[in-house]
Design a protein around this ligand. Structure first.
Ligand code: UDP
Length: 479
């Protein structure tokens, strides 16, 4: 890595999922606004989805970073095949798609990185999503600084990082996993097995997703640097323990910040519905926002109970219901109870997708019924909106613990053991939206918002960590 540019040039490869694409895009603009050159790589399928979701008159359909470049940021854009044809339904053929990420996608990335390094000697770094099971192998092959970007809480990283420990102690990977409290993971004071990420609670631990996890968390131990989309003061215990193992920098929350606000990068995989005019006509704090994110699916029964609960609660709401929200086998059935839309009239808005951050920052929003995706939690904290938690899979089960048990900024929608009921939904929605209980949550969420703001302030920890990271990367390139 001797004769290279003074500024690092990083190839960035997100996981091809909405919740990973967003923070990677924001990180790309952030790093570029600090003078780095970024070559951002999307899969052809993700690029196709983005293009399809854009309004027809959008300029530069082929290059989502064209506006960023016009604003002076050096972000180049490439696409790569994930091994499947564009029309292949990755959502409905989930296992096959995950096998592809494990066995086929790495070969395409390897070829692309090889070509980029050969054609442009300024390339010095690889920033790969921590979930990629190939990052260290490819970074080493092309002599690139290996940077892992973690888009979930540091708590979740600490848990995955110590998978072997969990297995050794019998909390993971055996037929009758221990059910007592886990208190031996460095940086994790105590966690109940029911709050582990869903993959670690599964009885079948040989799925393609598990095999990705094993490889990815072996690879991460070889990263030169780990970036986390969190704030040091928010998760200091987990971060300090990780920092003892490897250089780890909390640089979050990575949102489009003031410096890059004018830069519009297309990231939606589903066309966005504009809810703002509708919201502006509602009184402050009166509207509940509901979303299960981009990936999680629920059963028809859950949708029905939430719909009836909303009717009983009398609360106004915006509900993001993606066309594929209902889990496998029920895709053809009508999602909502008969007559639901007539009954709610102007009280509710059902949309396939919206600008969530814009919705959450509207004064009309008083609560967020969320699946507890980490981006959604950060955005809710940023906008000071208390949460009603309905975790579904992956890190969401662990994130719920942070929101409800550790930080006191949300309520559980239901007891996870029992099936969800409409009465409980109505009661919890009313509790969340009522001033009385809302006040307690409001107080705590204001504190959390302050922590995020402090982190991003000029002398804040995230800002300082980002600068430190950049200077450490430059030093590494020199050596
Ligand atoms: N999102 C959005 N519009 C929607 C629903 C979600 O822009 O209608 C965004 C949301 O702001 C968040 C991301 O999609 O940044 C979802 O990420 P998260 O980690 O919350 O959940 P995931 O989709 O990964 O399960």
């Amino acid at each position: 890595m001797g004769d290279k540019h003074s500024q690092p040039h990083a190839i960035m490869v997100p996981m091809p999922l909405q919740g990973h694409l967003l923070p990677h895009t924001h990180l790309a603009t952030k790093l570029a606004s600090h003078g780095l050159t970024i070559t951002f790589v999307n899969t052809q399928h993700i690029h196709h989805q983005i293009t399809k979701s854009q309004p027809n008159d959008t300029e530069d359909q082929d290059d989502i970073f064209a506006t960023a470049r016009k604003s002076g940021l050096d972000i180049r854009y490439k696409t790569v095949s994930d091994g499947f044809p564009l029309a292949f339904n990755r959502f409905q053929n989930h296992n096959q798609a995950v096998e592809g990420l494990l066995h086929v996608f790495p070969a395409h990335v390897d070829e692309l990185v090889g070509n980029l390094v050969q054609s442009d000697p300024s390339v010095t770094c690889l920033i790969a999503d921590t979930f990629h099971p190939w990052s260290a192998t490819i970074a080493n092959k092309y002599n690139l600084v290996n940077i892992s970007f973690w888009t979930e809480p540091a708590l979740v990283l600490s848990i995955y990082y110590h998978l072997d420990l969990l297995r050794e102690r019998g909390h993971y990977g055996s037929h009758d996993n221990r059910e007592d409290t886990i208190d031996y993971i460095p940086g994790v004071k105590a966690i109940e097995p029911k709050d582990l990420v869903s993959h670690l609670q599964a009885t079948n631990t040989s799925t393609a997703a598990h095999r990705i996890l094993y490889k990815a968390f072996q690879q991460v131990t070889n990263a030169n640097f780990i970036l986390c989309n969190t704030v040091q003061e928010l998760e200091s215990q987990s971060l300090l323990a990780l920092q003892e193992k490897q250089p780890t920098y909390a640089i979050g929350p990575v949102f489009p910040n003031k410096a890059t606000k004018s830069v519009v990068v297309a990231t939606n995989l589903i066309s966005e519905f504009d809810c703002i005019e509708w919201l502006n006509a509602k009184p402050p704090g009166s509207v509940l926002y509901i979303s299960f994110g981009s990936y999680a699916q629920v059963t028809k029964n859950v949708v029905e109970e939430i719909a009836h609960g909303l009717l009983l609660s009398r609360v106004s709401f915006i509900w993001v219901l993606r066309p594929d929200t209902i889990s496998h086998g029920e895709l053809e059935t009508s999602i909502l109870p008969v007559g639901f839309e007539d009954e709610i009239k102007d009280r509710g808005l059902i949309v396939p997708w919206c600008s969530q951050i814009e919705v959450l920052s509207n004064p009309a929003i008083g609560g967020f019924l969320t699946h507890c995706g980490w981006n959604s939690i950060l955005e809710s904290m940023w906008c000071g909106v208390p949460m009603l938690c309905f975790p579904i899979l992956t890190d969401q089960t662990t994130n719920r613990k942070l929101v409800v048990d550790d930080w006191g900024i949300g309520l559980n929608l239901c007891d996870r053991i029992k099936p969800i009921t409409r009465m409980e939904v109505a009661e919890k929605i009313n509790r969340l939206m009522s001033g009385r209980l809302g006040d307690g949550l409001q107080k705590e969420i204001k504190k959390m918002r302050q922590k995020l703001e402090d982190g991003l302030a000029i002398n804040g920890s995230s800002q300082k960590n980002l600068c430190q990271f950049i200077s450490d990367v430059k030093a590494k390139i020199q050596t």
